[in-house]
Design a protein around this ligand. Structure first.
Ligand SMILES: C[S@@+](CC[C@H](N)C(=O)[O-])C[C@H]1O[C@@H](n2cnc3c(N)ncnc32)[C@H](O)[C@@H]1O
Ligand SMILES: [Zn+2]
Length: 266
């Protein structure tokens, strides 16, 4: 186990009801199998992260395969021999589980998210190690991960640096210019382009791929799910939302996948 105590940063060991550190801090394991490693003082609200309805919509949309076009690129960029992988902002676990499927059976795969409902859904459905935790204070041992993925989620460069093992890589997925452009054009008079993936302090980007594919979403619940999981779509007025749900949505998915290594690893 590579999780550490979020309070004193000592290693955690398993016991019957959860995990404990040498200083006596204890964290229960929930019945779905996840750990809550988010101390109250790291919570900026009562229920931080994505809301349950958004996570449920995301699961429905992802499980229908609409973003599976990202997986072949991820497969080429995540070394098949990876033994330790952390997925930051794992949400309901779709990509964490898909990434685990690319790795050796005995690999250790961790998913963390600040939204407890997401982590609960992930742990209930999938077998990786999930914890409620903040991307800004990762409860993972120093130099413990070979690959860290961050798919559409925030992070902190100094924490990435601390947790990444020597020779490891950080893989960041961000939306590119055409991502859901059709929807964005229906909401904004002037559509601002998504920013290019930024610099990550202390890292050098060594490779970038762009995954673009059409999204033909049938009318009904799947179109409703896309609108529900996409915060900017909430700005649409109700009648436009209903119209899109009735007609279906034709749009594009467009992502950058950027690989970073520690500057000293170059
Ligand atoms: C757009 S979702 C992406 C989820 C998942 N990676 C996927 O692609 O399905 C962004 C996720 O980041 C999580 N998140 C936001 N702020 C966070 C933080 N400070 N620490 C950890 N996770 C965070 C949200 O709860 C949400 O699940
Ligand atoms: Zn402790």
């Amino acid at each position: 186990m590579h999780f550490i105590c979020p309070l004193c940063h000592c290693g955690l060991v398993e016991n019957t009801s959860g995990v404990s550190c040498a200083s006596g801090h204890h964290f229960d394991r929930a019945k779905e199998g996840y750990l809550n490693l988010l101390p109250v003082q790291h919570k900026n609200s009562l229920a931080p992260g994505d809301a349950k309805a958004q996570l449920v919509a995301r699961r429905q949309f992802l499980n229908a395969g609409f973003f599976s076009g990202l997986l072949p690129d991820l497969q080429t960029l995540v070394p098949a021999s990876t033994q330790r992988l952390l997925d930051i902002g794992c949400g309901e676990g779709y990509f964490t589980h898909a990434l685990a499927g690319l790795l050796p059976k005995d690999a250790s795969v961790y998913g963390i998210d600040i939204a407890r409902d997401g982590v609960r859904m992930a742990a209930k459905a999938y077998g990786e190690s999930y914890a409620v935790a903040s991307a800004y204070a990762l409860p993972l041992a120093t130099a413990s991960m070979d690959v860290i993925t961050r798919i559409y989620a925030p992070s902190d460069a100094s924490e990435l640096k601390r947790v990444l093992a020597p020779g490891g890589r950080v893989i960041v997925v961000t939306p590119a210019e055409e991502h859901l452009l059709g929807l964005r054009q229906r909401i904004y008079k002037v559509v601002r382009p998504h920013p290019e993936p930024g610099l990550l302090e202390g890292f050098t980007s060594v490779e970038q791929q762009r995954a673009s594919f059409p999204l033909n979403i049938p009318a009904g619940e799947l179109s409703a799910a896309l609108l529900k999981m996409t915060p900017f779509a909430w700005k649409m007025d109700e009648s436009l939302q209903q119209q899109l749900i009735a007609t279906g949505i034709q749009d594009s998915a467009d992502f950058y996948i950027t690989v970073y290594v520690g500057e000293s690893a170059q």
